[in-house]
Design a protein. Sequence first.
Length: 195
Amino acid sequence: MKYILYDTNGFEELGSELEALGKMEMFNRENPNQKKSFIACESFPPTGKVFEKGSLRDKTEKEKVQSGELNLDKIKDSICEQINKTCYAAIISGFESSALGDIYIYDSEETDQTNLIGAVAVGGSVQYKCTRKSDGKKDFVLHTNTQIKKVLGDAATRKIALLQKCYQLKQEVLLLNDYDLVVNYPYSAKYSEVI
């Protein structure tokens, strides 16, 4: 592929075709301290680059969006994926229930959620592992069927609230049309309202 030589000072096309892409400097033979910068490229500045202060640099993500090289929807999709991960992390981080009178903390990894449903299905009293919040003691504690159903209800209520918040935050991101608003969207802080 042939590249055209551009004068970087005036952005003017000099017309010379070169085999290589890159920046070069030419010196005045009569005055070696005088030099002029040139760049060889297909177009000036090349895609993904900005000419600034006498040299090329990579465009920022924002500049790529502004020039149309990067679609803002891709960034929104990335933010929505981060929101999904935040939601999932919150769901499996455990939850509190006062079904036993005092506040206890229950694990909520996927296996824990399945085990909790199974404990309710037993239909009677069950020993179920939980951590007393006041002293951090984790043990199997006897739960009546009513108590274990309340624990499951508390888990479901929290999970549904987190999923609803996740949906709401993603909808807010998808409605944004400004780069700065999208990348600075405070989804973590907004999640703390639910967690």
